[in-house]
Design a protein around this ligand. Structure first.
Ligand code: GRF
Length: 198
């Protein structure tokens, strides 16, 4: 049996995407990789409670010397694959280049719409409603030096309703798109990593 890929999940907020990954490990959707570590830049992130409840080690790294500390922690845990799940900081290009096709992100729109530096969290859904799009959704993609610019892995569409508020739309996109394609994308990439290593 091939060894599972060692995964670190980077979080900053509620951790609902982390929870989707934890649940996917339990229900067999995520079987080629194992969440070995959760890392946050926010000591108050509820995502850390989710890690604790599921006996997943976690680390908090503050802004100062972030890149160096991150490299150290990833190395000590022998991490092979990084998942950004509601992570708010932008990883420096100097870090990203050492992890080519080994970092993925979940973005709450159908890239290339409503993505890039100014589009994150609720702002994405506010922009979608302002533009009047009838379909939105979520995208998983590899992370490179361009914010939300890496190769797309999966997308899932969600209909926009007439009476949607940004909050209602965000909840629907998370539930019917993000929490579905993120585990599937992580499993897909882990399977490819195992194939490459064999
Ligand atoms: C989600 O909308 C996600 O798409 C974005 O961050 C928000 C919070 O995610 N990247 P989570 O609940 O912390 O996983």
């Amino acid at each position: 049996m091939n060894k599972k890929v060692k995964i670190a999940v980077l979080v900053s907020g509620g951790g609902t995407n982390l929870q989707a990954l934890i649940d996917a490990q339990k229900n067999g959707i995520l079987k080629s990789g194992k969440i070995e570590l959760v890392i946050s830049n926010n000591s108050n992130a509820f995502a850390l409670k989710r890690a604790e409840e599921n006996n997943i080690p976690f680390e908090i790294i503050d802004k100062k010397d972030f890149e160096e500390k991150l490299k150290e922690i990833l190395k000590s845990h022998k991490i092979e694959f990084i998942v950004l799940a509601g992570f708010t900081a932008i990883l420096p290009a100097s870090f990203v280049k050492d992890y080519d096709k080994r970092i993925i992100n979940i973005h709450p729109s159908l890239i290339p719409s409503f993505c890039g530096k100014c589009f994150y969290g609720i702002k994405v859904h506010e922009a979608a409603l302002k533009k009047g799009v009838k379909i939105t959704g979520a995208t998983t993609h590899f992370v490179n030096e361009i914010v939300d610019g890496g190769e797309i892995i999966m997308q899932k569409a969600v209909e926009v309703y007439e009476d949607d508020t940004a909050e209602k739309l965000q909840k629907r996109v998370m539930e019917f798109a993000e929490w579905i394609i993120l585990p599937q994308s992580v499993e897909k990439v882990c399977k490819n990593i195992i194939k490459e290593k064999s």
